[in-house]
Write a protein that binds this ligand. Structure first.
Ligand SMILES: C[S@@+](CC[C@H](N)C(=O)[O-])C[C@H]1O[C@@H](n2cnc3c(N)ncnc32)[C@H](O)[C@@H]1O
Length: 178
């Protein structure tokens, strides 16, 4: 299992985000480690016949190797509204219980520029969540420390996730969508 899978497992142990039967969107899913964890946790292969079967849909700018239990959309950009429309079509009843985002732009070497790019990715993520995330759902979003960190958290993420549980630490955000 890849290192990033352990990161998601650790977060999930702590916050109990993923459960059998849920629908999960994995944003920036390549090469697929988080999706592997999601497939197991939501039982999207139906391996546990006594538990409800979930759904995992992932997308990325890059190609993603096929994974049993997941539906991947390679060459899809979070900032493109067409990606949001495609996801709405694919998700059961157009909704998701959990949105995971490990998305990050390629590092340019200029910290401010990279933070601006990640900020714009976060804006698109919130836009997607407004369209598909169910009330009471969870949004897990990666962000970096940088000049736009406070702006991103206070003006974009927290108002969007409302009054639910807020955990801000170690580069991950968990908000409960209301
Ligand atoms: C750290 S990697 C994700 C690793 C993945 N969670 C895993 O466990 O295998 C970040 C991914 O975000 C993707 N990404 C960056 N910008 C994106 C965008 N605008 N839309 C979709 N994916 C994007 C990158 O292509 C990259 O594959």
């Amino acid at each position: 299992m890849q290192g990033s899978a352990f990161k998601l497992l650790e977060i999930d142990e702590k916050f109990q985000l993923l459960h059998p039967g849920q629908t999960v969107v994995d944003c920036g899913a390549a090469p697929g480690a988080w999706s592997q964890v999601a497939v197991q946790r939501v039982n999207s292969t139906g391996t546990d016949v006594s538990a409800p079967r979930g759904t995992v849909v992932g997308f990325d700018l890059l190609n993603i190797a096929a994974l049993d239990g997941a539906h991947f959309l390679p060459h899809h950009d979070i900032t493109d509204p067409a990606t949001h429309a495609k996801l709405q079509q694919l998700l059961p009843e157009g909704h998701a219980d959990v949105i995971l985002s490990d998305m990050a732009p390629n590092a340019s070497g200029f910290k401010e520029l990279d933070c601006e790019k990640l900020f714009s990715i976060c804006l698109s993520l919130i836009d997607l969540a407004e369209k598909v995330l169910l009330p009471g759902g969870s949004l897990l979003c990666k962000y970096w420390d940088g000049i736009l960190r406070e702006e991103c958290m206070s003006e974009v993420v927290w108002p969007a996730v409302g009054q639910g549980q807020r955990v801000d630490g170690g580069g991950e955000v968990r908000g409960v969508w209301i």
